[in-house]
Design a protein around this ligand. Structure first.
Ligand SMILES: NC(=O)C1=CN([C@@H]2O[C@H](COP(=O)(O)OP(=O)(O)OC[C@H]3O[C@@H](n4cnc5c(N)ncnc54)[C@H](OP(=O)(O)O)[C@@H]3O)[C@@H](O)[C@H]2O)[C@@H](O)CC1
Ligand SMILES: [K+]
Length: 481
C-alpha cells in the first residue's frame, strides 16, 4: 500500500521530527538528491567533469538544490546555478555551493543535467516568466539534458496534480520522506520517482486519504478457485451490454469477465447470439428477467439509451445484488437519479470525466480526489473515475480514496472501458467489497494493457487487452510470491 499525503500532512510530519529548524532534514534531502543524480551520471557515462545546472528559487526547494549542488561539485561535477531571486536564495546552501567551487551564473552553458529547484510543496500556479525563460534557454541549448525535479516538477500542484503550464516536465523526480499526491496524479510529468528516506516517523502518512494498492496486494487478494470450489463458488456475474447492431461492447465485457475469475458468466440482452458465438461458456438470454440468479450485475456498456435500455437498467437496479453501472447506463442514470434511491445492495459507477459531469451536473474540476469523494457520498455509491490515474471512492469511508496509476497509456483505446467493467463486475460477483474490486480490476486492466502492448510497445485494441487479462493476473499473483 502506498499513501499520498497532502502538503499539510507532509508539513506536519516534517515538523513532528523536531529536525526542521536545525537543517537536518534539508541536509538529508540534499544528500539523497545528490545520490540520485550521481547514480544517474554513473549510469550514463561517469561523474567527473559532467555538467549540472541548478535553477534555484526563493524557498527551501532551492536550498535542497544548492546543498546537493555542493555535494556534486565535491565529486567533480561542474556545477553552475542560476538564482531566480538572488536576494532570497537559501544563504546556507549558496555558501556551501560556493565553498565547493560551484559557480553562480546568469545563463547556463551546455548541460548534462538540469536541476529544477524552483519550487516544491510551497509553490502555486505555473512557472513565473523568469523561471520559464531560464528553463527554455537551457532546454534549447541542451535538449538532451536530463531534467531532475527537486521534490516536484515546478508548476505541478502538489495536492491536485494539476499541471499549470508552463510547468517543468521531469525525467526524474526526487522527493523526500513520502510521495506527494502529485506524484501519482501527474505521474507522466514527474518521470521516474525516487523517494529519499529523511527519517520521518514510521507512522507518517498513515492519515493520507489517497492510497494505492501494490501489485502484490492485488495478486494476493485475487480470487482463484480453491480445491473444493465448484463453478458457482466464485459467483455468477450477469452482463447487460451491447446491442444487436453493435455487439462489440457485449463481447469485450463478457470476454473480460470470463477471464477475470472462474465464476460463471451470464449475458442478458439483444447481443445474446453474438455473445454465445464468441464465448460458448456464457449462458445468454434476451432479457435480465430471464437470466436466473446472479451475484452481481454489470449494466450499460454500449447498450444505448432507448426505452428498452432504460427498462433493462430499471430491472437490474431493482435486484438486491451489487450492480456496476457503466457508460450508457450512467447516462441513463443521470436522467433518472431516483433509480438509485431504493437500493440497499452496493452500486458501483464507473464514469469517465464526461459521464461524471453528466452524473453530477458539474465538471470534475481541478481536485479530482475531492470530486470523486463528494460524488460517492452524494450518490451513496462507489465511484470509479477513469483516467490515467483512476480514482475510486466509496460512500461509507470518506477517509479513503484509492488510486491506480496506469503506468502507460496503452489502455486508452476504444472498448477498453467495456473490458474494465467486465473485470470489475466479475470481481464484484465473488463478494469482494466494491472499492476493492474496482481498484483490483483497474490494476489488472492496466497490467493487461501493458502486457498486450509488449516491449517496445505497439498500439493495441481492446480485444488484445482482454486476451492479456490471464497473463496480467499471473503477473500480479507472482509479484508477491
Ligand atoms: N521543511 C523541511 O524540513 C524540508 C523541506 N524541504 C524542501 O523544501 C520545500 C518547501 O520549501 P518552501 O516551503 O520554502 O517552499 P518552496 O516550494 O521552496 O517555494 C516557496 C516559494 O517559492 C515562491 N513561489 C511560489 N510559487 C511560485 C511559482 N509558481 N514560481 C516561482 N516561484 C514561486 C514563493 O516565494 P516568493 O517568490 O513569492 O517570495 C514561495 O514562498 C520542499 O518542497 C522541499 O524541496 C526538504 O528540504 C525536506 C525538508
Ligand atoms: K522543483
Amino acid at each position: 500500500m502506498s499513501r499520498y499525503p497532502t502538503v499539510a500532512q507532509i508539513r506536519a510530519a516534517e515538523a513532528a521530527t523536531g529536525l526542521l529548524a536545525n537543517g537536518v532534514l534539508m541536509g538529508r534531502a540534499a544528500h539523497g538528491l545528490a545520490s540520485a543524480i550521481l547514480n544517474h551520471l554513473r549510469d550514463t557515462g561517469g561523474v567527473y567533469g559532467r555538467r549540472a545546472g541548478l535553477v534555484v528559487g526563493s524557498g527551501d526547494n532551492g536550498g535542497d538544490a544548492l546543498y546537493a549542488g555542493a555535494l556534486l561539485a565535491r565529486r567533480g561535477v561542474a556545477v553552475s546555478a542560476v538564482l531566480l531571486d538572488p536576494a532570497k536564495a537559501h544563504p546556507g546552501g549558496l555558501a556551501a555551493l560556493r565553498r565547493t567551487g560551484g559557480r553562480v551564473v546568469v545563463e547556463f552553458g551546455e548541460l548534462d543535467v538540469l536541476v529544477d529547484g524552483i519550487v516544491g510543496i510551497g509553490g502555486s500556479g505555473p512557472l513565473r516568466p523568469a523561471a520559464a525563460a531560464v528553463l527554455g534557454a537551457a532546454r534549447a541549448l541542451s535538449p538532451s539534458a536530463t531534467v531532475v525535479a527537486v521534490d516536484l516538477p515546478s508548476g505541478v500542484d502538489a495536492d491536485t496534480g494539476v499541471v499549470n503550464e508552463p510547468a517543468v516536465r521531469a525525467d526524474l523526480t526526487v522527493t523526500f520522506g513520502l510521495p506527494r499526491r502529485a506524484h501519482v496524479l501527474a505521474a507522466p510529468q514527474c518521470g521516474r520517482l525516487v523517494v529519499v528516506d529523511i527519517g520521518l516517523d514510521p507512522g507518517a502518512g498513515r492519515d493520507a486519504v489517497l492510497q494505492s494498492l501494490s501489485d502484490a496486494q492485488v495478486g494476493a487478494a485475487w480470487p482463484v478457485p480453491g480445491p473444493f470450489d465448484d463453478k458457482y463458488r466464485q459467483g455468477v456475474v450477469g452482463i447487460v451490454a451491447g446491442s444487436a447492431v453493435y455487439p462489440g461492447a457485449a463481447l469485450l465485457c463478457t470476454g473480460a469477465a470470463i477471464a477475470a475469475t472462474s465464476g460463471m458468466t451470464r449475458y442478458a440482452g439483444p447481443a445474446a447470439a453474438a455473445v454465445v458465438d464468441h464465448h460458448p461458456e456464457v449462458v445468454a438470454v434476451g432479457e435480465p428477467e430471464e437470466a436466473g440468479r446472479v451475484q452481481a450485475w454489470i449494466v450499460g456498456p454500449g447498450f444505448g439509451t432507448d426505452v428498452d435500455a432504460r427498462a433493462r437498467l430499471r430491472t437490474v437496479l431493482a435486484a438486491d445484488v451489487p450492480v456496476l453501472v457503466d457508460a450508457d447506463g450512467i447516462t441513463l442514470l443521470a436522467q433518472n437519479p431516483d433509480l438509485l434511491a431504493p437500493r440497499s445492495a452496493p452500486t458501483l459507477l464507473t464514469p469517465h470525466a464526461g459521464e461524471f459531469a453528466r452524473l453530477t451536473g458539474a465538471e470534475v474540476g481541478a481536485d479530482r480526489v475531492e470530486a470523486v469523494r463528494a460524488c460517492a457520498a452524494d450518490l451513496g455509491a462507489t465511484v470509479l473515475l477513469k483516467g490515467r490515474a483512476t480514482l475510486i471512492a466509496g460512500p461509507d469511508d470518506p477517509d479513503t480514496v484509492l488510486v491506480n496509476e496506469a503506468g502507460s497509456s496503452w489502455a486508452a483505446t476504444a472498448g477498453s472501458g467495456d473490458a474494465l467493467s467486465g473485470i470489475v463486475g466479475a470481481l464484484l460477483a465473488t463478494g469482494l467489497p466494491p472499492a476493492l474490486a474496482a481498484a483490483m480490476g483497474a490494476r489488472a486492466h492496466s497490467v493487461a494493457a501493458h502486457i498486450a502492448a509488449g516491449r517496445p510497445g505497439a498500439p493495441i485494441g481492446a480485444s488484445a487487452l482482454v486476451a492479456a487479462i490471464s497473463d496480467a493476473i499471473r503477473v500480479l499473483r507472482a509479484s508477491g510470491a
